[in-house]
Design a binder for this molecule. Structure first.
Ligand code: NAG
Ligand code: NAG
Ligand code: NAG
Ligand code: NAG
Ligand code: NAG
Ligand code: NAG
Ligand code: NAG
Ligand code: NAG
Ligand code: NAG
Ligand code: NAG
Ligand code: NAG
Ligand code: NAG
Length: 362
């Protein structure tokens, strides 16, 4: 009996000495050779921050790219304040190389006085990368010798692979206290099994707050041609993007069978064209117009991509009655595996320790 108590006590001591348990490294396989795509990752700041700060930190080209990824109104300004520990989705370009996906040479961070690789990884980039990875990709032989003013590539994990034969937007989700695999799967329209497989997790109870979880986001289908400069145009559920030099705004949501909805943008100036080229399917039929509807079939003028000098359109018929693709059926009888389980099991040990102390005092 005493031996058992001693073992329990040693476990408690270890838990106390090592409160911030090492987060498991995020698994992001990316096996599509040399593929590039858009990915998103959560960023949180314990002090609160602004969208401008996030845009600068991650070298996001336009504020609207962050607004779209988070479905924030397109007139939101950069000084919009982000509360402490509130997650903001940051979009970035991803590239597959040798089986793993990494952000494509961005973000670039300039070393400041007093920085260590550890601080840059854990504090500045919120633990989204591990410091040895920064050291490795920047070819730094001695991690203790870094120079103020030097530029570091921060390799964010990502992927461009299909999941279950379907194109998705890959998302690095920061697990919050109380999250369960089941709840996350439900929230993002995927299944527990896909999340477990993708993340190499065998026991859902091992999920930890602050862990980066690889989540595939459902994307809307589009009619963008494969020779378009924005092909494949992947827009995740509950988000929007501006494309074709900001001339076109495309939105994805669960209404309309996850079909991408595009329209001429009115708010933004084109970036590479002086004015936006016309976007007609035929005279007086513009992108976004519905030309015919019967009980189930709807014909619309769709965005079909852009090249250096024009925007393509296509008249396409969509079946609005088809059953929505279902990948998120509730899994009855699934064990509920929240983080609370972890705390309760530790509470159990603490109670044991208290009894043990009383026993010692006696
Ligand atoms: C992938 O990219 C690397 C370097 O950019 C190149 O050497 C290699 O040939 C590419 N592989 C394929 C299959 O395109
Ligand atoms: C938050 O504020 C503390 C105290 O000012 C500072 O040490 C820390 O670096 C800040 N964290 C971030 C991510 O900016
Ligand atoms: C943004 O636009 C909405 C309408 O789309 C308007 O109600 C709101 O006041 C605008 N916000 C700002 C900050 O301009
Ligand atoms: C936020 O930014 C907008 C435009 O960039 C500016 O008009 C507004 O005054 C700013 N608000 C604050 C509180 O700084
Ligand atoms: C590719 O990855 C394998 C292990 O996954 C590693 O052994 C090999 O060195 C890597 N190759 C390059 C060029 O990084
Ligand atoms: C990495 O650094 C080593 C020694 O510092 C050097 O020999 C090697 O060429 C570097 N590799 C790259 C890719 O810069
Ligand atoms: C799509 O996004 C909406 C709004 O955030 C959410 O309620 C819904 O569950 C999502 N559906 C899928 C399949 O991701
Ligand atoms: C990821 O890659 C590793 C090594 O190649 C492999 O063992 C693992 O099964 C892969 N995971 C998935 C989800 O494909
Ligand atoms: C692009 O699409 C066209 C027709 O839509 C098809 O014939 C062609 O094979 C496709 N090219 C690639 C590289 O997929
Ligand atoms: C858009 O213009 C910028 C400079 O104004 C240029 O660097 C970039 O390559 C152009 N992009 C395209 C797709 O033409
Ligand atoms: C067609 O689209 C144009 C441009 O978005 C819009 O101004 C017009 O009202 C639409 N027409 C119909 C009939 O929906
Ligand atoms: C609707 O479209 C389907 C195929 O997409 C077709 O079989 C059917 O005949 C169409 N119905 C009408 C009324 O056009």
């Amino acid at each position: 009996m005493g031996m058992v108590k001693l073992v329990v006590m040693m476990m408690v001591v270890i838990a106390v000495l090592n409160p911030a348990q090492a987060q498991p490294e995020a698994k992001f396989n990316c096996t599509t050779t040399n593929a590039t795509c858009r990915a998103v990752i959560d960023y949180t700041n314990p002090n609160g921050t602004t969208l401008s700060y996030i845009q600068t930190l991650f070298n996001v080209k336009q504020l609207i790219d962050i607004l779209g990824a988070n479905n924030l109104p397109s007139n939101t300004t950069g000084n919009y304040s982000v509360g402490p520990n509130k997650a903001i989705k940051v979009p970035f370009p991803c590239k597959c190389n040798n089986g793993t996906g990494l952000s494509d040479q961005v973000p670039v961070y300039t070393i400041k006085t007093g920085d260590t690789l550890y601080d840059i990884a854990t504090t500045v980039f919120a633990g989204l990368v591990k410091y040895p990875k920064i050291q490795e990709v920047n070819n730094i032989s001695d991690g203790n010798t870094i120079h103020v003013g030097d530029k570091l590539w921060i390799p964010l994990p990502c992927s461009c692979d299909e999941v279950g034969g379907v194109s998705v937007v890959h998302y690095g989700h920061l697990v919050e206290l109380g999250n369960s695999i089941e709840g996350i799967a439900e929230e993002y329209g995927t299944t527990q099994q896909i999340l477990l497989t993708l993340n190499g997790i065998t026991d859902p109870k091992t999920l930890q707050a602050g862990q980066l979880l690889h989540v595939p986001l459902k994307a809307c289908s589009s009619n963008v041609r494969n020779d378009s400069l924005d092909y494949p145009l992947l827009v995740a559920n509950a988000s929007y993007i501006y494309t074709a030099h900001n001339c076109i705004k495309c939105m994805c949501d669960s209404t309309n069978n996850f079909k991408l909805e595009c329209e001429e943008s009115s708010e933004l100036k084109p970036t590479n064209w002086s004015i936006c080229p016309t976007t007609q399917c035929s005279s007086n039929v513009y992108i976004g117009n519905i030309t015919a509807t019967d009980s189930c079939n709807q014909t619309t003028c769709d965005y079909a991509g852009y090249t250096s000098n024009n925007i393509s359109t296509v008249l396409a018929t969509h079946n609005t009655c088809a059953a929505a693709p279902n990948g998120s059926g509730p899994s009855s009888g699934a064990t509920r595996s929240t983080l609370q389980g972890w705390f309760w099991s530790n509470l159990f040990i603490v109670i044991h320790l208290i009894f043990f102390s009383i026993y010692l005092v006696w």
